[in-house]
Design a protein around this ligand. Structure first.
Ligand SMILES: [Zn+2]
Length: 288
């Protein structure tokens, strides 16, 4: 494989990828294919929203991607003639900047993007890969429910389990003065998996829609899209699938909306929220 280092080709390649990205977002939403998008996203937990769209667009069947060298490290070789999947990596530069105390600090500043080649596992051959699962929950939904409960308590939004007036599965209660979330309720009569899904959904609300600046700017359709998509990502990461409930739920709320604009707005936020919960759960899974 040749290294593509010429500076003049870098610019045009990146803008091409950006165009591809726009197109990818449109296509995904026009086809209503949230399932595909969310499933891929849950597998590529560490990739940015933009790169996930690029991966899906160029290689719809992608299940696990890595760079050429990374595959070699894993004992696998990229098959001859495989077409690289192009994603974007940030270009950073060390610059000196004064902080608030007038001290000079070296920080990494974003100066642009460059194109990076990655390949799907199906484009490689070699040693068997270890199981992808990084979770210690082994698909046990009850385990996740407890950990989500612990996360929310740590996040200062305690969870209680009781029936909800009006028959909702869950709700997130806010302080009327501060606008901050203060309590989540989940219906304990739901099956455990559904309780975990519902709790993840309400946690997403508490993370994404609590702060005052969002209160009047996020319409309900957007808030539900974000909360349910985030819940799906969290569960999927731990080996639980809520798709049969989550996809129709999101699609329902998005009816008649400018879905493309919504997706572009939501992508990074919902991934960030999911990651916050996933990272917390994973880092608190070994100690107790
Ligand atoms: Zn909701």
């Amino acid at each position: 494989m040749k290294n593509m280092t010429a500076t003049q080709t870098k610019q045009s390649k990146t803008s091409k990828a950006m165009e591809l990205l726009e197109e990818g977002i449109s296509n995904l939403l026009q086809s209503g294919d949230w399932r595909q998008y969310l499933q891929v996203q849950s597998q590529f937990h560490n990739y940015s929203f933009n790169n996930i769209v690029l991966i899906v667009l160029q290689y719809p069947k992608a299940s696990r991607v890595a760079g050429y060298r990374k595959w070699q490290e894993l004992g696998r070789q990229v098959k001859k003639g495989s077409k690289a999947i192009k994603i974007l990596a940030p270009l950073t530069k060390k610059i000196e900047k004064e902080n608030d105390n007038g001290e000079k600090q070296k920080i990494n500043a974003l100066v642009g993007f460059r194109t990076v080649n990655v390949f799907d596992v199906s484009q490689t051959e070699g040693e068997e890969l270890p199981a992808i699962s990084s979770s210690v929950l082994n698909g046990d939904d009850q385990g996740l429910l407890e950990r989500l409960k612990a996360f929310s308590l740590d996040n200062k939004v305690p969870v209680k389990f009781e029936g909800i007036l009006g028959g909702a599965n869950g709700c997130c209660r806010y302080d009327t003065t501060t606008g901050n979330p203060i309590e989540i309720t989940v219906d304990p009569l739901l099956p455990p998996l559904h309780q975990a899904k519902t709790l993840a959904h309400e946690i997403a609300h508490s993370l994404l829609h609590s702060r005052k600046q969002y209160d009047s700017h996020i319409p309900r359709s957007m808030a539900e899209l974000e909360a349910e998509s985030t819940a799906f990502l969290i569960l999927k990461h731990f080996g639980l699938d809520s798709g049969d409930y989550s996809f129709p739920y999101v699609a329902c709320w998005q009816e008649g909306e400018d879905a493309i604009a919504n997706l572009r707005q939501a992508g990074t936020r919902l991934q960030k929220a999911a990651n916050q919960v996933i990272d917390w759960v994973e880092s608190h899974s070994n100690s107790d």
